[in-house]
Design a protein around this ligand. Structure first.
Ligand SMILES: *Cc1c(COP(=O)(O)O)cnc(C)c1O
Length: 488
């Protein structure tokens, strides 16, 4: 028989989300902003109360529903999963087909076996050779579609420690309804990363190097969003990892890997090299939706606030130190707020207070019960630069695999903290192509990985960027001038 209503005892949120409510609603982790629909959170980025948007209800899938997705082509799988969060009305199939057509591998996200139980999930076959393309190629198309439909345009501002910026610029270049301004910390990105941003000369793209670290760049972006008149005037929007749509677009590859390895009939574990906590949060979301995930391993470099939190409930910010994996040189993991909100029983007032204390005192007080809940599923691992080089060397010798330094943090973490049951495979998110960090790979292995043909001339392309102090007024003036040039 069919179900005319959810059976008693376990109301199916999945059924409710799909058939009963016209659109998925999003609420703020700080409890003070109005709810919005998917298009609203896509365009807004940060909520008005400074919080992050999360779904009011998580969709949940049954084992039969997961099984039914086995064998789908990646763009189709992505459209199905993202559709659970987006509601009706967006041409997700077409947008996903277009977004992933630009990738350099026919599988989009190939799984490469490294040893008996460990697999690399290669997320770096997009235009900028890092996993950020997975979400941003789709987001650029979503923005353009929604804005064009509404007859609007926006100015995207973002902070990057390297990879987000180039991926956002590639996603937005030449899109009619979008201007984009990206802040990066001067001298703290790799040359490949900088050139991938600054050599895009499209009129709607502007790059600013800030005299400061990544957290300073991120604080400037947050300050622009908190400047309400400026935010309105510029129609500011974000594509950095606080944007919910990015998290949604990162869930499908965890689903694809788990299904390929036997889920939902066999649990899997994931190891994710982590900076802003966005990528691993997407893996957590897949688990929250019912995918059997035995463990989530969080890999950090020496900037290991998350590992210290998981080991001893010590969430204390320290100064950021440069490492071989610059995209993880972060001490304030913005997406952690979404997990915190869940750990605190979805209480926006308590979440807001914890974030306020963290901001003013540099230390986040987290109740013991919430910390224990986090450690049930998450485990943290720290690897310094020497360990990272040793791991790159080890992977090359043992498996003939060339890994970038971020991926190497993930594979070392996977070996150290794999679940006891040897039947549970561990999937490592391989987040960057080795050619994106050729110096570290060469130091470790003696081999210099070549750039793929489509990027072969990167080192001789013309660059364009300005350098500004860590000063809100100066940055706002530059954003204004850029937007004015393009609408004049
Ligand atoms: C951004 C990035 C990370 C960290 O991802 P988060 O979502 O910020 O945790 C790891 N590796 C690479 C190569 C990245 O570009």
């Amino acid at each position: 028989m069919g179900f005319a209503y959810a059976p008693q005892g376990r109301p199916s949120r999945f059924r409710a989300a799909r058939f009963m409510s016209p659109a998925m609603e999003y609420i703020s982790t700080r409890g003070q902003a109005p709810a919005r629909d998917f298009e609203g959170v896509l365009l807004a980025g940060l909520a008005e109360d400074g919080g992050l948007f999360v779904p009011r209800h998580w969709p949940e899938l049954s084992p039969a529903e997961w099984r039914a997705m086995r064998g789908l082509a990646y763009p189709e799988l992505a459209a199905r999963i993202i559709g659970l969060f987006a509601g009706a009305g967006l041409p997700l199939n077409t947008l996903c087909q277009d977004a992933y057509a630009v990738f350099g591998h026919p599988a989009i996200v190939p799984l490469v076996q490294l040893d008996q139980r460990c697999f690399a999930l290669e997320l770096f076959h997009g235009p900028t050779l890092a996993f950020k393309d997975m979400a941003l190629q789709l987001l650029g198309r979503l923005f353009d579609h929604v804005l064009t439909k509404r007859g609007e345009r926006v100015t995207i501002v973002g902070a990057t420690s390297g990879d987000t910026g180039s991926a956002a610029i590639e996603a937005c270049r030449d899109r009619a309804a979008v201007d984009i301004v990206i802040l990066h910390p001067e001298g703290r990105t790799s040359e490949v990363q900088r050139r991938q941003m600054t050599s895009v000369l499209a009129a709607n793209v502007s790059n600013i190097a800030i005299k400061g670290d990544f957290d300073a760049c991120q604080d400037l972006v947050k300050a622009m969003f908190n400047d309400a008149p400026f935010r309105q005037e510029m129609r500011l929007s974000a594509v950095n990892s606080i944007n919910w749509a990015r998290i949604a677009a990162q869930i499908p590859y965890y689903v694809a890997a788990a299904l390929a390895l036997g889920a939902p009939d066999r649990p899997v574990a994931f190891s994710v090299p982590t900076g802003n906590f966005g990528n691993v949060l997407a893996a957590w979301a897949a688990m929250r939706m019912g995918l059997p995930i035995a463990k989530l391993i969080v890999g950090s470099n020496r900037n290991d606030i998350l590992a210290r939190f998981l080991a001893a409930n010590d969430m204390t910010a320290r100064p950021v130190e440069p490492s071989l994996s610059p995209s993880m040189d972060i001490q304030v993991s913005s997406n952690f707020e979404r997990l915190l909100f869940e750990l605190l029983g979805r209480d926006g007032a308590i979440t807001a207070e914890a974030m306020r204390r963290f901001r003013s005192e540099g230390r986040m007080p987290i109740p013991d019960a919430a910390w224990r809940e986090a450690t049930r599923l998450f485990a943290g691992f720290t690897l310094d630069d020497a360990g990272t080089l040793a791991e790159i060397r080890h992977l090359h010798q043992a498996a003939g695999y060339l890994a970038d330094p971020h991926t190497a943090v993930g594979t070392a973490a996977a070996r150290a903290l794999a679940p006891e049951d040897p039947a549970i495979p561990v999937v490592v998110a391989a987040t960057a192509h080795p050619a994106k960090f050729p110096d570290a790979v060469e130091r470790a292995t003696g081999l210099r990985p070549p750039l793929p043909a489509r990027l072969a001339d990167l080192y001789v392309r013309e660059e364009r960027f300005s350098v500004l102090a860590d000063d809100l007024g100066a940055v706002e003036d530059a954003v204004r001038a850029h937007a004015r040039r393009n609408t004049a």
